[in-house]
Design a protein around this ligand. Structure first.
Ligand SMILES: [Zn+2]
Length: 936
């Protein structure tokens, strides 16, 4: 699954995570034949504690082999559906009852066939554990049996299970079953290790198309304008990977990757938007097959654009579902960023066809096995396909968000114990995806690309069509590399947080000596000293084996990299060769840690910023900002460093500045009043306005992508953060022209221009945005105008948008994201929070369980202590099962922001009063990082 439907938000409070600090105790007890004991992983031996409620796990001893699922679904005729399911089971021993999942379904007519006999069953409901239990009068013998059940349900409205969706006047039914909603679709053994072969058939209106995991075997006319579509049997699949789409859909002409036929499905009239997705699917599928050295495991590949969808995309085997924005693009008007994201998401989902679908985690504890790997693989493969896209720059943005989250007290380990579906849902987060992918990347770099790939190939072959746990992957990687991988990886997977790696450069015998010192990095200075106190009490400190790669510049050379495994809290390394001019402590930002350079090193780095690659400059900025937030340096030093990037050529480095500068403006300067905010905005415009003006609004003929993106990044700084009046006026004029003619504006500027116009916009502009969203020709355009509603500032318009959020003008998939935008809008935040409290019940019906965390995560934008108290008490009174962690995180973020505001105020005042010249007046602008560190 791709969890994050809106990636462009890079504000500091974007995403956070939290959980109880609890030792993992038990992994899946899947009984896949391929699983072997791994003595070094104690959690595998633990039994799953029997729990009641939603934490319930099915009893062992009954396993599905094959499932025949016959459905009747016609969303244009009925809001209900029904069906019959025949489950071929293997019973390990005699038993009088069989328990399986079913939730919010009416289940009836239980019959069991075995040894030529039919047994009637009595159904007992266990709604609290989302199961039914079928009881029999006499014990059923061990062996094979077929359980038949009839069932019926309502098409849901919350984008999970089998749900209803609309596009214009057409009605559809789609499935979204991960993590545990197959049980809302049909009675089943809804745990990932319970794989079975599925044979699906659907009776529906003759005018509907039906898409499922397998190719259509035959279509039988039923009379009365109806038909039954029968699909071929699937290979063994976990229930969460089943897919069904029913309604008036159109398919693109197929393209091929080897023998695999690839099509894009969409609501009628969008055929012109499918070419890029087909190309990206074909190109990345071929590269994935080559990487895994294993053919695509399913019979065909359908990519389905779903008009209302909770996640970004979902890796249903052979029938991948997407939000429309992440699949359908118009090559004429799409921004490069949107296009890259589409390719990345497609590749992520296709990587899952092997990693997740073919080999599946035994239980949700190891969700990261799926998601970390697919996330890493997508960047790896798309980067190989389109090196000019600099995919690792995008990854760096995501990674830095994960670093920010993992510095919280309420973060959690990548490997997390999961007892219930709600807990599983909470793990689709930055830690599982981006931290996980960073760790995969670090291990790949440490072992070497070919060795790592060999291990992955072994792992997939060994466990195909079955399940696996983390230890299975470590074993395969250890075999491939002939070294013990597990101790290194487990430290990263099972420990929360990450290290701050102090690096001090000295000299020994004419060579460069590096002294390392690691400690856990905390965002909160208080937590940091608590950790210090605890280590003084001789409690075992967190420690990581760090596969360190540094960038080293020696006399007479540009730079090279050095590798070393830092295994101890204090460690040292002597570098061979000429003495180093400088050492940057995280080459290519390949490691999931923050380097802490001493002041001399920062000065040396500052003099040669150009010798760092762009991703390292992004990293340097991110690390220095984090170090300021953690109370180890002053904000004025960071601001000096930031301003030193005024002439930066790389758009992604410029984009890295946006979140810290925006935070400084909104959360530190603005609450101070007395003109501080305006002074900061003027300063940002002063520093970056020149570069923007030099580029102008209109691209030169044949201008390359990098310059277009640089213009967009500068516009975000000067317009969105600095709010330059002339730029805002120009943006409004450009926006009006853009409304009339989409080709009047470089697409890369469209988001900023539309958002900026909204800030000064009136009711007539809001009407035009609404109309534009409704009539939009592409999903991206629709999203752009719809989300910009959250940027309006006039009180009446804020009210109007809030009311709209309860209507069909805003799709169920978009409500949560729009509200989080409004919470982040200082003119709308308080009003939005009041509205949310008042209409919470109604809003909850329009915010699916995973997206509901988004507005919770945005609450720290409200900023004040009073708001923090209010948010805490509201969610105490209105607990959100899938958002418990998000609430804890939001409150922690509130506290950190408030404390940071107090701490940063004097230095910000000083810096603004100094009027824009670094205090080291006359120094090279790039020399300022020396002051970014004032402690150890
Ligand atoms: Zn995924």
């Amino acid at each position: 699954m791709i969890r994050d439907p809106e990636q462009e938000e890079m504000v500091p409070a974007r995403r956070k995570i939290a959980s109880r600090e609890r030792k993992p105790e038990a992994s899946g007890r899947g009984r896949s034949p391929a699983r072997k004991p791994a003595p070094k992983t104690p959690r595998r031996s633990g039994a799953i504690p029997r729990r009641t409620g939603k934490a319930h796990r099915l009893p062992t001893g009954v396993f599905p082999r094959a499932v025949e699922l016959d459905l009747e679904v016609d969303p244009s005729k009925s809001k209900s559906f029904n069906g019959e399911v025949a489950l071929d089971l293997h019973l390990e021993s005699r038993r009088r009852s069989i328990e399986l999942h079913a939730a919010e379904l009416r289940v009836s007519r239980a019959r069991l066939e075995t040894e030529g006999r039919t047994w009637r069953g009595r159904i007992e409901l266990h709604p609290e554990r989302e199961t039914i239990e079928v009881h029999f009068d006499r014990p059923i013998p061990a062996g094979e049996a077929t359980l038949r059940l009839a069932f019926a349900g309502k098409l849901r409205s919350d984008l999970r299970g089998l749900y209803a969706a609309r596009s214009e006047r057409r009605s559809y039914a789609f499935t979204q079953l991960e993590a545990a909603d197959a049980r809302r679709f049909f009675p089943c053994f809804d745990e990932p290790a319970m794989k079975a072969r599925f044979r699906v058939s659907v009776a529906t209106g003759a005018g509907n198309e039906v898409v499922s995991n397998s190719p259509v075997e035959k279509v039988e006319p039923l009379g009365g304008g109806r038909k039954r579509v029968r699909f071929m049997p699937t290979p063994p699949l976990s229930t969460y990977l089943l897919a069904l789409a029913v309604g008036e859909l159109e398919a693109s002409p197929p393209t091929r990757c080897g023998p695999t036929e690839i099509r894009v499905w969409h609501v009628p009239g969008k055929g012109a938007l499918t070419a890029f997705a087909l190309e990206a699917a074909r190109e990345t599928l071929a590269r994935l097959e080559a990487y895994f050295d294993l053919a695509y495991p399913y019979q065909k590949l359908d990519l389905v654009a779903v008009p209302d969808f909770e996640a970004g995309a979902m890796e249903n085997a052979g029938a991948v579902f997407f939000r429309e924005t992440l699949l359908l693009v118009d090559p004429e008007t799409v921004t490069l960023q949107e296009k890259k994201r589409v390719a990345e998401v497609i590749c992520h989902e296709l990587a899952h066809m092997w990693y997740g679908d073919l080999v599946t985690m035994a239980w949700w504890n190891d969700l990261w096995l799926n998601e970390s790997f697919a996330t890493w693989m997508a960047f790896h493969v798309v980067d190989a396909w389109k090196p000019e896209w600099r995919m690792w720059h995008d990854f760096q943005h995501h990674r830095s968000a994960a670093l920010a989250m993992d510095a919280l007290r309420h973060s959690h380990p990548i490997y997390t114990e999961v007892r219930s579906p709600e807990e599983a849902a909470q793990n689709f987060d930055l830690i599982t995806y981006e931290k996980g992918a960073s760790v995969v990347r670090m291990i790949e770099r440490y072992l070497g690309a070919e060795t790592f790939r060999a291990g992955v190939r072994t792992y997939l072959r060994r466990h195909q069509e079955s399940n696996a746990v983390a230890a299975d992957l470590w074993r395969a990687l250890s075999e491939a590399s002939q070294q013990e991988v597990e101790p290194i990886v487990r430290a990263w997977i099972e420990q929360q947080g990450f290290p701050l790696l102090g690096i001090r450069r000295g000299e020994r015998g004419g060579r460069t000596l590096l002294r390392f010192r690691q400690e856990r990095f905390w965002e909160s200075p208080a937590s940091g000293s608590a950790a210090k106190r605890s280590s003084e009490r001789k409690e075992e400190p967190s420690r990581w084996p760090i596969p360190w790669v540094g960038r080293v510049a020696r006399a007479g050379e540009r730079t090279s990299t050095e590798r070393y495994l830092v295994e101890r809290v204090r460690d040292e390394l002597v570098l061979e060769g000429e003495p180093a001019r400088f050492v940057y402590g995280n080459a290519d930002e390949g490691g999931f840690f923050r380097p802490l350079h001493d002041p001399e090193e920062l000065r040396a780095l500052g003099e040669e910023l150009g010798a760092l690659c762009a991703v390292e400059r992004m990293g340097l900025l991110g690390h220095q900002w984090a170090i300021v937030r953690a109370g180890r340096a002053k904000i004025d030093a960071f601001l000096d460093l930031a301003m030193a990037f005024r002439a930066e050529g790389d758009p992604d480095v410029l984009t890295t500045l946006r979140a810290p500068l925006s935070f400084t403006r909104r959360q530190i300067a603005s609450p101070l009043g007395d003109g501080m905010e305006a002074a900061l905005m003027r300063r940002i415009v002063h520093e970056f306005g020149g570069a923007f003006a030099a580029l102008g609004w209109d691209p030169a003929a044949r201008e390359d992508d990098e310059i277009r993106l640089r213009r967009a990044a500068l516009l975000a700084l000067v317009g969105e953060v600095g709010e330059s009046e002339p730029v805002l006026r120009a943006a409004t004029a450009r926006c009006l022209a853009y409304l009339d003619d989409r080709r009047s504006l470089d697409p890369n500027l469209a988001d900023s221009v539309v958002n900026l116009a909204a800030r000064r916009g009136d009711a007539s502009l809001l009407d035009r945005f609404l109309a534009a969203a409704k009539a939009a020709e592409t999903p991206q355009e629709r999203r752009r105008f719809l989300m910009a509603l959250g940027e309006f500032q006039e009180r009446d318009l804020v009210e109007r948008t809030l009311v709209l959020s309860l209507t069909d003008a805003v799709g169920t998939q978009d409500v949560a994201i729009l509200l989080s935008r409004m919470l982040a809008n200082p003119s709308a935040g308080e009003r939005t929070w009041e509205f949310m409290k008042k209409r919470w019940a109604a809003l909850c019906r329009r915010m699916p369980p995973m997206l509901i965390t988004r507005p919770i995560e945005a609450t720290p934008h409200l900023g004040s202590r009073a708001a923090r108290r209010d948010v805490a008490s509201f969610f105490r009174a209105h607990p959100v099962p899938t958002g418990a962690r998000a609430v804890r995180q939001a409150l922690e973020r509130f506290d950190l922001n408030l404390a940071f505001q107090v701490r940063a105020t004097p230095a910000l005042r000083r810096w603004l009063a100094a009027g824009g010249r670094p205090r080291s007046a006359g120094a090279e602008e790039v020399r300022t990082p020396e002051r970014a560190i004032d402690a150890g």
